[in-house]
Write a protein that binds this ligand. Structure first.
Ligand SMILES: [Zn+2]
Ligand SMILES: [Zn+2]
Length: 107
């Protein structure tokens, strides 16, 4: 039962460990360990846990930005495609009709 008190802090060899970090499994003194979201965790693991979202955020935002660009491009392309299709479809039949009528009635 006294095993924990015999453990020394991972950072401070002279200090007695008060808690064990559940992340890295190392023992730490009161100064090195912190409570985080109802969990006792060492400072190094707390930093490790806190860092990924900060590192991930710009990349994630970049992916979203790229996705928005792609979506915008796709929407623009689709819009112009639709416009082109309608412009190509309606006046061509209209022109064909008039041209056909013009050619038919002119001679
Ligand atoms: Zn840890
Ligand atoms: Zn310590």
């Amino acid at each position: 039962m006294a095993r924990l008190t015999q453990q020394r802090c991972f950072n401070h060899a002279t200090r007695e460990a008060v808690a064990r970090c559940p992340e890295c499994g190392l023992f730490f003194c009161r100064e090195c360990i912190t409570e985080h979201e109802d969990r006792v965790i060492c400072a190094a693991c707390l930093r490790k846990q806190a860092r990924p979202p900060l590192l991930r955020r710009p990349g994630f935002a970049g992916v979203i930005h790229l996705g928005q660009l792609a979506l915008g491009f796709l929407l623009a392309w689709f819009f112009f495609y639709l416009v082109g299709e309608t412009l190509l479809a309606i006046p061509s039949s209209f022109h064909e009709g008039t041209l056909w009528q013009e050619y038919w009635f002119e001679p």
